[in-house]
Design a protein around this ligand. Structure first.
Ligand SMILES: Nc1ncnc2c1ncn2[C@@H]1O[C@H](COP(=O)(O)OP(=O)(O)O)[C@@H](O)[C@H]1O
Ligand SMILES: [Mg+2]
Length: 220
């Protein structure tokens, strides 16, 4: 279970707090979905949860353990928005082992099976993959480190309809083993597989229960 209590992030450069007193609870093996328009603070929240930035106030707990940024870097795996732009290795194998030369071939195969890319030769260039396959590889790059918590920033952005469907199906499957927190400005894809929902508006997080009417309004 992930607990966030009273988390506030207010860098000196900003007039207003970017995240204001954010609290949430997300049980293990569930998917939480945070919906907010551009600039609402979604990516900033994921950066804090992955230990890349530190809050001014508030606590983050995993079970009963309070987490500092160093611990969060181990516990959480962040898949950035447009993760394929951050690929820097020449082959799938190198991309998966980047910074972790100790990773063995069993872990490599397991991570690729997990995301449905086990059929690809390991010397395939990441840039030669389709858009959907690149997103899967970016997920495998995080899963191979066995994080407890998987954080996804706009995972379906820029994908066509069928690739989005495939990715949503994959996330529904991953939820059986991992705890997922997804942030998005477009809830349509993920709403059916999420377990808990919040909206984020100018750094203020509120619980939200999507109704069938709300879904029709958004997709229409
Ligand atoms: N270190 C920072 N200093 C000042 N402003 C920041 C900083 N980081 C993010 N912001 C601002 O915080 C707001 C939220 O940004 P972001 O988390 O990227 O939103 P989202 O991912 O929802 O689009 C934006 O207005 C952004 O310009
Ligand atoms: Mg963002």
């Amino acid at each position: 279970m992930l607990y966030i209590r009273g988390l506030t992030y207010h860098p000196p450069a900003s007039n207003l707090a970017i995240l204001a007193n954010v609290s949430l609870e997300l049980p293990a093996q569930q998917m939480g979905l945070i919906i907010g328009r551009s600039g609402s603070g979604k990516s900033t929240l994921l950066q804090i949860l992955s230990g890349l930035a530190e809050q001014n106030q508030g606590q983050i707990y995993w079970r009963e353990q309070s987490l500092d940024p160093e611990y969060l870097q181990q516990l959480a795996g962040l898949v950035f928005q447009f993760p394929e732009r951050h690929f820097c290795a020449g082959t799938i194998l190198e991309e998966l082992r980047l910074g972790h030369p100790e990773i063995g071939s069993d872990q490599v195969s397991q991570a690729l099976i997990e995301v449905g890319l086990e059929h690809l030769p390991l010397n395939t260039a990441p840039h030669a993959l389709s858009g959907g396959q690149q997103r899967r590889l970016a997920l495998a790059v995080q899963l191979i480190r066995q994080p407890q918590l998987l954080l996804l920033d706009e995972p379906t952005a820029g994908l066509d309809w069928s690739m989005r469907r495939q990715l949503v199906n994959l996330l529904a499957k991953l939820k059986q083993h991992w705890t997922l927190l997804v942030v998005t400005h477009d809830m349509v894809d993920m709403v059916e597989i999420a377990d808990r929902y919040w909206t984020l508006d100018q750094g203020i997080l509120q619980a939200f229960e999507p109704s069938p009417v709300a879904e029709v309004e958004v997709s229409g």
